[in-house]
Write a protein that binds this ligand. Structure first.
Ligand code: AMP
Length: 234
């Protein structure tokens, strides 16, 4: 029998992949895998992998396809992914997308459901410049929230090292230079869905759920969510 659904969240830095991934995760009961969070965790832990990628992360450069693909392959093979998962930040290049397709086939998953959180670059810059992150649970908060510590675990919120203006510009350039190829790749495979990600978190979340409710990718144990009530998702 095929496993559950794998959802790929595409979108530039600051598009809301982490926030929407977290909401989808609690709604669908499957984990979110954020490659950025995993790599930052490696950096904080002082592991060999962390030491290898730290300077790339701080400079806003991508780590090598082979390396990140291996990290994802190991993570997806874990038991909590049996019923599927939400990928935030992977794939980011066409070779990574091809790798993911092969990996999902090997692990007996259907091809992914892809949701592109589309948003204007100026809005991304504004969001990234003001956001802070909890280093314990990885949730992000916009400056307008006025919070200085995480409401969930009380950890002091920090600015990400790569959320500095010059690095933000580089990350956006890198994202833009890869985006059209990866979008075309998923359009060609028929798994591409685009959501306007400008607007309130709840509104965007409803649009994401609306896409999922129309998708039936043939998996046996994936029940597309039903838009019953805002409470379920808020
Ligand atoms: P994110 O938190 O998704 O913005 O990722 C932060 C950083 O982690 C990126 O700027 C890259 O340096 C690295 N990274 C995360 N995911 C990938 C990926 N799929 N491919 C290459 N580098 C990645």
């Amino acid at each position: 029998m095929r496993h559950g659904v794998v959802i790929v969240l595409l979108g530039g830095p600051g598009a809301g992949k982490g926030t929407q991934g977290e909401r989808l995760s609690s709604f669908l009961g499957i984990p979110t895998i954020s490659t950025g969070d995993m790599l930052r965790q490696e950096c904080r832990s002082g592991s060999a992998l962390g030491a290898q990628v730290k300077s790339l992360l701080e400079a806003g450069q991508l780590v090598k396809d082979d390396l990140i693909s291996e990290v994802v392959a190991q993570r997806l093979a874990k038991p909590d992914c049996t019923h599927g998962c939400i990928l935030d930040g992977f794939p980011r290049t066409a070779p990574q997308a091809r790798f993911l397709d092969a990996l999902l086939e090997k692990l007996d998953f259907e091809p992914p459901v892809v949701i592109d959180l589309a948003i204007a670059p100026e809005e991304l810059v504004a969001r990234l410049s003001s956001r802070r992150q909890c280093p314990t649970c990885n949730r992000t908060f916009q400056g307008a929230s006025g919070l200085s510590s995480c409401p969930q675990d009380g950890t002091e919120l920090v600015y990400r090292a790569d959320d500095q203006p010059a690095t933000i510009r580089r990350r956006l350039q890198i994202y833009t230079s890869n985006a059209s190829e990866i979008v075309r790749y998923y359009q060609d495979s028929g798994s591409y869905n685009r959501v306007n990600a400008s607007g309130l978190v709840e509104e965007v979340g409803q649009k994401v759920l609306a896409v999922l409710s129309t998708v039936s990718n043939g998996t046996q144990d994936f029940k597309p969510p039903v838009l019953v009530s805002q409470h379920l998702y808020a």
